[in-house]
Design a protein around this ligand. Structure first.
Ligand SMILES: Nc1ncnc2c1ncn2[C@@H]1O[C@H](COP(=O)(O)OP(=O)(O)OP(=O)(O)O)[C@@H](O)[C@H]1O
Ligand SMILES: [Mg+2]
Length: 321
C-alpha cells in the first residue's frame, strides 16, 4: 500500500472576490509514504499545516488543487483536481475570476471515502471532537458498526481492543467523565476497532504523564511490530522522535522543508533553527557539555543514555591520555 501526494495545494477559505488575497495553508506538497511496518512523524511550528496535511491523507479534507493517490493491493483510489498545465505559471490567469471559480469548484470523484477512511484511521488532535456516544463501549463500537459489522460483532471487536489497550474498566463509563489521557485512549481504541492499515495520530502524547506517554508509545510500537500497522504521528516532542521514529517530515508555513532520517535532521542546525524545532534532551545536554567542558571531540548525536555515557567516557578518556 502507498499514499502519494502530488502538487497538493490547500486553502480553507477562498473568496470569490479577486481583490481578496488567496491564503493557501499548504503549498505544492509532494510526498510519498510506502506503507510498511514503520513509524513516521510530522513536525513543525504551530500553524505550519500538520493537522491540515494529515486530514488530507485520509480524505477528511480534499485538495484545492493537486492529486492524492492511494494504492491498495488490487485498487487505486485517486482524488484529483488538476489545473491545466498552461495555467500553472500564468500569473495573469491567477488574478482572474475564472481562477477563483476553478478553486471553489468541489473536487469531483467517485470514490467511497468511507472505504478509504476505514483503511487510514485518524485520531484527532482534540479527541473530545471524536467522542460522542453515551458509553465508552458504544463509542468504540461506532466505527465497526459504521463499517457494516453487526451490533454483536462490533461489541466483540470493541471489547477485544479495550482489553489490548487495558481500558476494560472504562467500558461502562460516560466518555465525558474521563481524564484527558483516558479520553485519548478511548479515541484511539475507537479508530483501531475498524482495523485500519494506517493509524495517524495528531499529537497523541500531549498532556499525558510520563508513564502514560511511554505506555501509549510502547503500545504503538507493538501495533507496528505485531500487527504490521504503519503509524504516522504528529508531535512537538523531540524525545519521542529520538526514541521511536526513523523518518521525519518537517513542515514550515505549509511547505515541506525536510523529509528524511532523524539523524540527518538533528545534524542540520540551520534547519532546526529556521523551523523552530528543539533538540532531543540528550543531544541538548551533550551540546552543553561539549561547550562548557571544551570537549571538542565529543559526538553530541547520541539518542539514548547508555550511548551518551559511553561517548562521554570515551571522550574524557581520550582527553586524559
Ligand atoms: N478549520 C479551519 N478553517 C480555517 N483555517 C484553518 C482551519 N484549521 C486550521 N486553519 C489554519 O491553517 C493553518 C494551519 O493549521 P494547522 O492546524 O494545520 O496547523 P498545525 O501545524 O497542526 O498547528 P498546531 O501545531 O498548532 O496544531 C493555520 O494558519 C490555521 O489557522
Ligand atoms: Mg495541529
Amino acid at each position: 500500500m502507498a499514499i502519494r501526494l502530488s502538487q497538493i495545494n490547500f486553502a480553507y477559505d477562498i473568496s470569490k472576490k479577486t481583490n481578496v488575497s488567496l491564503n493557501f495553508t499548504l503549498h505544492d506538497i509532494n510526498l510519498e509514504i510506502n506503507l510498511k511496518d514503520e513509524m513516521i512523524a510530522f513536525v513543525g511550528h504551530t500553524g505550519s499545516g500538520k493537522s491540515t496535511l494529515v486530514q488530507l491523507l485520509n480524505a477528511l479534507l480534499l485538495p484545492t488543487i493537486g492529486k492524492i493517490s492511494i494504492e491498495d493491493n488490487d485498487k487505486t483510489f485517486v482524488l484529483e483536481k488538476k489545473l491545466k498545465d498552461k495555467f500553472i505559471n500564468d500569473d495573469h490567469y491567477k488574478q482572474t475570476k475564472k481562477y477563483r471559480k476553478f478553486l471553489l469548484k468541489p473536487l469531483k470523484h467517485n470514490i467511497k471515502l468511507k472505504e478509504l477512511r476505514k483503511k487510514i484511521g485518524l485520531v484527532f488532535q482534540f479527541p473530545e471532537y471524536q467522542i460522542f456516544e453515551e458509553t465508552v463501549l458504544k463509542d468504540i463500537m461506532f466505527g465497526p458498526k459504521n463499517f457494516s459489522l453487526s451490533n454483536e460483532e462490533a461489541k466483540i471487536k470493541a471489547k477485544e481492543i479495550a482489553e489490548r489497550m487495558k481500558i476494560t474498566d472504562l467500558l461502562d463509563k460516560s466518555p465525558f467523565a474521563l481524564s484527558g489521557g483516558q479520553m485519548r485512549k478511548v479515541a484511539i481504541a475507537g479508530i483501531l476497532a475498524s482495523n485500519p492499515d494506517v493509524l495517524i495520530l495528531d499529537e497523541p502524547t500531549v498532556g499525558l504523564d510520563p508513564q502514560t506517554k511511554e505506555e501509549l508509545l510502547t503500545f504503538l510500537v507493538d501495533l507496528k511490530n505485531t500487527y504490521h500497522k504503519t503509524i504516522i504521528l504528529i508531535t512537538h516532542d523531540m524525545d519521542v522522535i529520538s526514541k521511536y521514529i526513523e523518518r521525519v517530515i518537517v513542515l514550515k508555513k505549509g511547505t515541506i522543508m525536510y523529509d528524511g532520517s532523524k539523524i540527518d535532521l538533528f545534524k542540520n542546525k540551520e534547519l532546526i533553527e529556521s523551523c523552530n524545532l528543539d533538540y532531543p534532551t540528550i543531544v541538548s545536554i551533550m551540546m552543553h557539555l561539549k561547550e562548557y567542558l571544551n570537549l571538542n571531540d565529543l559526538d553530541v548525536y547520541q539518542y539514548n543514555l547508555d550511548d551518551a555515557m559511553n561517548e562521554i567516557e570515551r571522550c574524557l578518556g581520550d582527553n586524559h591520555e
